[in-house]
Design a protein around this ligand. Structure first.
Ligand SMILES: [Fe+2]
Ligand SMILES: [Fe+2]
Length: 150
């Protein structure tokens, strides 16, 4: 279980560094939520059982990430973060895969940058660890895209 030193957090908040960090965690929660939502649709459009199973596994990773960031937000702010709305998901399987590849790659960048900026070593290691999952997701989606030769 994650354990954060509230005193340490307050100290960095006073330095003005943590507003950005909290905003980044909120953005991470929204991104994970959106991915869970769109991958459910993508999963049901998959061209083979194997792809469907793998997308379901990726979706489970996103649910886990969503919970990790949500509990991080709660521990750092004392408040729960609620995602208010979701964006539209792509309509077709190829569009969904293309969107997923780009989104996963952009998320890797965002998480690595967030890890680099984090002063709290636990926050940093959470971002670095989850970035590795997202990198792997990008490769899976690229593989499916290639297999289907759209
Ligand atoms: Fe994720
Ligand atoms: Fe992902």
């Amino acid at each position: 279980m994650m354990n954060f030193d509230q005193g340490e957090f307050r100290q960095t908040a006073e330095q003005g560094a943590d507003g950005t960090q909290i905003e980044r965690i909120a953005r991470s929660i929204s991104g994970e939520y959106q991915a869970v939502h769109c991958y459910e649709i993508l999963m049901n459009e998959a061209k083979s059982e194997r792809e469907k199973r793998q997308i379901a596994e990726i979706r489970n990773d996103e649910i886990r990430h969503y919970r990790i960031f949500s509990s991080l937000y709660l521990q750092l702010t004392g408040q729960a973060y609620t995602v208010h709305q979701t964006e539209m998901c792509p309509n077709t399987y190829p569009e969904g895969l293309r969107h997923a590849i780009e989104d996963e790659q952009n998320t890797v960048d965002f998480y690595l940058e967030s890890g680099d900026k984090a002063q709290n070593p636990q926050v940093r290691s959470i971002y670095y660890r989850i970035a590795k999952d997202e990198q792997q997701h990008a490769v899976w989606f690229l593989y499916f895209y290639t297999l289907n030769k759209f």
